[in-house]
Ligand binder design. Structure first.
Ligand code: NAP
Ligand code: MG
Length: 493
């Protein structure tokens, strides 16, 4: 075991302890209350952060509104906004070791995995830094007596509410596009993982984002989150999280009819056909479901396998799974860390019990890993003999639990793949080009991976079909989510 030493910056940051950023100032909650931040690898308390509530959300929204209305951000020369956004990306990159360690101790993800995510968060800012100079309105057709054009304008104050599974990436995916299209932001990170978002707010200021354009309020979902979602002076909520909370966000948005983008849960099919490269398919399917301890909205948790290769594939999948090392986040060799919290540990292990009682067969894992101390470790678990109507095939577990389901052919694979309320992502493994495209067209999901899984890029739009949400993040489609158009009619007569 190669234990990584904590950097001095990391120790200093958690010992400060970190504060929220509102209107460019580091502040505590108005109530002075805090809540504990826990290291999932040990179960120990790391630090405490402000427990922001409705009054802090009010202050953050007021600061964001002021910064938007006086145009200190949206009124800047587009090239200047590009420079600042790019600089945030550079600062994230430069501070990767610190941010990766913060992410690792806060969320439990292995530090190597966290480093890649920090890079990806920086990449989102670098990608969106290109948009301020490339966001155009349009000139409309008209007769000679009229000049009609449309302006593409920001929405105003955007609230972001995010989950704990990819804390800095999620923060970047909300803040970078909102700023790129000229909005001001109030971000509420998940209570389990507030640290890197608090640090990001500081880096935004350091890069030159004007005061008030980016505000981060830590707190609980039912307090700070609900207040942001319901706030009358917020123009848009961009939410990533569970389908249940997504529904509440939508209800709360009705008060002032704010716009919403919802990125919700998934139960994504990962289809392996007999003509696939089995070695690649088993390794890819394994990563597709167990990356980040399975706490990934797009995780390929339903592994649909063509009958003729079922036993051989399951054996290969089990082999790939057993080669991955379970261990603490700060161990360099860990391939998989703990789940994020005691609550999540309880949820995941109870789903493993449900799978057993439904008659599915555990072929590897199936228990909490107790040899690693008090951390929230669960063995990567694969169930075979799963029917698609079982709860472990229909409900999002959000932990390292895979369900292998046998299918007869392409048609049955598509039918089973679509037999779910979700539609976030999917993967198909085959060497037959026609089959790959046929399945890609047949699946009702926002993303289809062919002979790969779990890839993202800031230029590729992302979002759900069905109850996995609506609206698209990233890529050129994100413009629709963060701008509105204004038609201007000019009489030339
Ligand atoms: P969650 O329980 O829905 O929480 C998400 C966020 O919403 C957290 O910041 C939470 O705050 C906040 N929240 C909770 N109740 C709220 C309320 N009544 N009003 C406003 N905000 C509220 O989800 P999670 O357990 O953190 O994350 C796992 C879920 O996220 C999974 O379902 C997963 O599939 C989904 N996810 C989706 C995507 C995607 O892009 N589609 C990506 C990643 C994750 P607290 O944490 O402080 O309670
Ligand atoms: Mg934590």
């Amino acid at each position: 075991m190669a234990q990584v030493e904590l950097l001095a910056e990391v120790t200093k940051f958690i010992e400060r302890p970190p504060k929220m950023t509102i209107g460019g100032t580091a502040v505590e909650a108005k109530s002075s209350r805090t809540f504990d931040v826990i290291d999932p690898s040990t179960g120990d308390k790391l630090t405490e952060v402000p427990r922001g509530a409705a009054e802090d959300i009010d202050a953050a929204v007021a600061a964001a509104r002021e910064s938007f209305d006086d145009r200190r951000w949206s009124g800047l020369r587009p090239g200047k906004r590009t420079d600042i956004l790019y600089k945030i990306g550079e600062l994230i990159k430069r501070n990767t070791p610190e941010l990766a360690q913060l992410e690792a101790i806060d969320s439990g993800k292995p530090v190597n995995l966290a480093s890649g995510e920090i890079w990806a968060a920086g990449e989102a800012f670098r990608y969106f830094s290109g948009w301020p100079t490339k966001t155009f309105g349009e000139t409309n057709p008209s007769d000679d007596n009229m000049f009609i054009y449309s302006l593409r304008e920001p929405l105003g104050v955007c609230g972001g509410i995010i989950p704990w599974n990819f804390p800095l990436i999620m923060a970047a995916w909300k803040i970078a596009p909102a700023l790129a299209f000229g909005n001001s932001v109030v971000l509420k990170p998940a209570e389990q993982t507030p640290l890197t978002a608090l640090r990001l707010a500081e880096l935004c200021l350091e890069a030159g984002v004007p005061e008030g354009a980016v505000n981060v309020v830590t707190g609980l979902g039912e307090e700070a989150g609900a207040a942001l979602a319901a706030h009358d002076d917020v123009d848009k909520i961009t939410f990533t999280g569970s389908t249940g909370v997504g529904r509440k966000i939508l209800e709360a948005s009705a008060g002032n009819l704010k716009r919403t983008t919802l990125e919700l849960g998934g139960k994504s099919p990962n289809i392996v056909f007999a003509d696939a490269n089995l070695r690649r398919a088993s390794k890819g399917s394994m990563m597709g479901v167990f990356l980040n301890s399975g706490q990934v909205c797009t995780a390929g948790t339903r592994i649909l396998v063509e009958k003729s290769i079922h036993d051989e594939f399951v054996e290969s999948l089990v082999g790939a799974t057993r080669s991955m090392k379970l261990g603490p986040a700060l161990d360099d060799d860990s391939g998989m860390g703990p789940v994020v919290s005691a609550e999540q540990l309880e949820r995941v292990t109870s789903y493993i019990d449900i799978g057993r009682s439904e008659g599915a067969r555990v072929v590897t894992g199936g228990e909490r890993a107790t040899d690693l101390g008090d951390g929230y470790f669960v063995q990567p678990t694969i169930f075979a003999g799963v029917r698609n109507d079982m709860r472990i095939a229909q409900e999002e577990i959000f932990g390292p639990v895979a369900a292998v389901i046998e299918v007869a052919d392409v048609d049955e694979a598509i039918a089973v793949a679509n037999d779910t309320m979700y539609g976030l992502a999917s993967a198909v493994w085959t060497s037959d080009v026609s089959k790959a495209h046929k399945v890609a067209r047949g699946i009702k999901a926002g993303t289809v991976w062919v002979n790969t899984a779990g890839l993202y890029d800031p230029s590729v739009s992302f979002g759900g079909y069905k109850q996995s949400g609506f609206g698209r993040e990233l890529g050129k489609h994100s413009m629709e989510g963060y701008t509105q158009t204004k038609s201007v009619w000019v009489n030339l007569r």
